[in-house]
Design a protein. Structure first.
Length: 299
């Protein structure tokens, strides 16, 4: 049944403590006015940067059962679908089928795919997942939000400079993706990372200040924010990118500053790097754009 409020189905991981996967995505989406139904692919005590990981993994037949329940109760009409980390090729194939079924119910469904596979040259999923993303899932995505490493894996094209990045982006458009967003690349300098967003009409780049710490859950938050702002700005690519980065940067900087207050020097432990989403609810609702995106001319 259609409604005037956008309805999201988000299939991602869940942690009891901290902010990754659905814990990183659901709250911001709700704050921005989207209705969210969440299916948790895992329920872990914490994310995997901690020493001890405990908790169950959702079996494929359990996921099928949950989807069946939604269908039988006729509450399987969604305007948006969001996926993040997937642990196995089989679960990913199952998700591809779910998307196809949901698009039959609502042909206008917007699928946002964060193809979580790895970062900084390192895979953290089984290698067999790559061809499923490349051949089955990516062609179904309306919005794709890989980092540089994931985009290179999906296309087989190296990204040494902006021209290389544009080739990678075009290769992803050629697979059927309407909007390609490289959430982070190494094309900047010591102080900045470069983000890029592209659709059929235009391409924008944005410079993102670096901090001397890595935060878990930022990719999940990025995909959720980009989805929400795409809807709220009626697919204004420049504004969506700016609002997304403004929110993300404010939350990451506040999290970092808070951690440094408690531990002024040395490596910040995982428990101090949990994203401060709740404390920054006002930022999520009303981000202040301090960094603007600039248009990139394509040949």
């Amino acid at each position: 049944m259609a409604s005037d409020t956008p309805r999201v189905l988000s299939i991602q991981s869940h942690v009891v403590h901290g902010y990754v996967g659905n814990k990183s995505a659901v709250f911001p989406l709700q704050v921005l006015g989207l209705e969210v139904d969440a299916i948790n692919t895992v329920q872990f005590s914490t994310h995997t940067a901690y020493k001890h990981i405990k908790g169950p993994i959702l079996k494929n037949e359990e996921l099928e059962e949950l989807i069946d329940g939604l269908v039988l109760n006729e509450v399987d009409y969604y305007t948006h679908f969001l996926t993040g980390y997937s642990r196995s090729p089989d679960s990913l194939k199952q998700i591809a089928q779910i998307i196809k079924n949901l698009k039959v119910k609502n042909p206008g469904l917007v699928y946002v795919c964060d193809p979580v596979m790895g970062d900084n040259g390192k895979l953290y999923v089984p290698e067999e997942i790559l061809p499923v993303y490349r051949d089955d899932v990516v062609p179904l995505a309306d919005i794709l939000t890989p980092n540089q490493f994931e985009a290179e894996l999906l296309t087989g094209i190296p990204m040494k400079d902006l021209d290389g990045a544009l080739k990678v982006i075009q290769a992803l458009h050629d697979k059927g993706v309407k909007t390609v967003v490289l959430s982070s690349t190494d094309l900047g300098d010591d102080q900045h990372m470069i983000g890029l967003a592209s659709n059929k009409d235009s391409c924008y780049k944005i410079e993102i200040p670096k901090l001397d710490a890595n935060f878990t859950g930022t990719g999940d938050l990025f995909a959720a924010l980009f989805m929400a702002w795409s809807y709220k700005t009626k697919d204004d690519l420049k504004l969506t990118l700016e609002f997304t980065i403004a929110t993300l940067q404010a939350i990451v900087k506040d999290t970092y500053d808070y951690a440094r207050k408690i531990q002024p020097t040395g490596k910040v432990p995982p428990a101090l790097k949990e994203l401060r989403l709740i404390q920054n609810k006002h930022i999520i609702e009303n981000p202040k754009i301090n960094i603007t995106a600039t248009e990139v001319k394509r040949n």
